[in-house]
Design a protein around this ligand. Sequence first.
Ligand SMILES: *[C@@H]1O[C@H](CO)[C@@H](O)[C@H](O)[C@H]1NC(C)=O
Ligand SMILES: *[C@@H]1O[C@H](CO)[C@@H](O)[C@H](O)[C@H]1NC(C)=O
Length: 248
Amino acid sequence: MGRFCVTVLLLLVAGFATHAAKLPSTFKRCHKSDPKFDDCLVVNIEDAIHQLKNGAPELGLDSFEPLLISELVIGEGSGPVNVQQNFKNVKLHGLTGSKVLSQKASLDQNMLFAQSVTPMLRLEADYDMKGRVLLLPVFGNGPCNVTLVNTKINHTLIGEPFERKGRTFLKWVDYKVTLRPEIVKFHFANLFNGDDRLGNEINRVINENWDAVFTDVRDGYEKSFGLIFKDLANRVFTRVPLKDIFLE
Ligand SMILES: *[C@@H]1O[C@H](CO)[C@@H](O)[C@H](O)[C@H]1NC(C)=O
Ligand SMILES: *[C@@H]1O[C@H](CO)[C@@H](O)[C@H](O)[C@H]1NC(C)=O
C-alpha cells in the first residue's frame, strides 16, 4: 500500500442552516409511490445538475460552472507516482454536463446508488510538486490542467436521518465514488523552473503513460470527489426537509 492522503477545502463553506430551505421551484420532484420512482429520479437529478450551472440562490449555492475548490491534495501512489500533487485555486469545469445513467434508491435504508458519465471534466489549478514520476525526477509549480474524458462515475451514498424543529432531514455520512475515465490528459506548465525542453518531455511521458499514472493515484481523486460531492449533496439535504425532496 502506498502512502496516501487527501485534503479538500471547498471555497463555498457550508453554513449549517438553522432555517429549513426549499428546493428551487424549477427542480422537479418524484413521488415515492411512483412505481417508476428510480427512473423519475434519474431524469430529475440530471435536470437539477444541469440547472446548477447557474447556481441555486434558494439553497445558497453558487454556480457550479466552474466549481471552485481552494485546495486539493492528491497523495503519492504506491506505483509510478512518487510525488504529492498540491493543487490550489482549483476550478473544476464540466460537472454540470453530467448525465445520470441509472439510479437505485433504498430510502428505507437511507441509501442511494447512482451511475453517471461526465463527458468532459477539466481541473485547472496552480500546482506545486516535487518528487518522481515513472522514476523521473519532477519538480515545479505553476498553472496546470488535468482533463478527464468520458468519465464513468459510481456514487454510493449512505445517510442518517435527523430531526430539527419537528422535521426530518437526511445527512449523507458516507459518499463513495469510483471513477473510470476513458482517457486523462495532463498539462503542467512551468516544470523545472520553466525549462521548456525538460518540461515538454515530462508532459509527453506522463501523457503517454496516462493510464498507469492515473490508476496509481485514482484513489486520491476518488476520495477527493467523494468529499466534494458529499458536501454539495448535504447543502441540499441538510436544509430541505426530506418529505419536500421525495414526495409521499
Ligand atoms: C488548459 O487548457 C486550456 C484549454 O485547452 C488551455 O487554454 C490552457 O492554456 C491550458 N492551461 C495549461 C496551464 O495547460
Ligand atoms: C459501477 O458499478 C457497476 C455495477 O456494480 C460496475 O459494473 C461498474 O464497473 C462500476 N463502474 C465504475 C465507474 O466503478
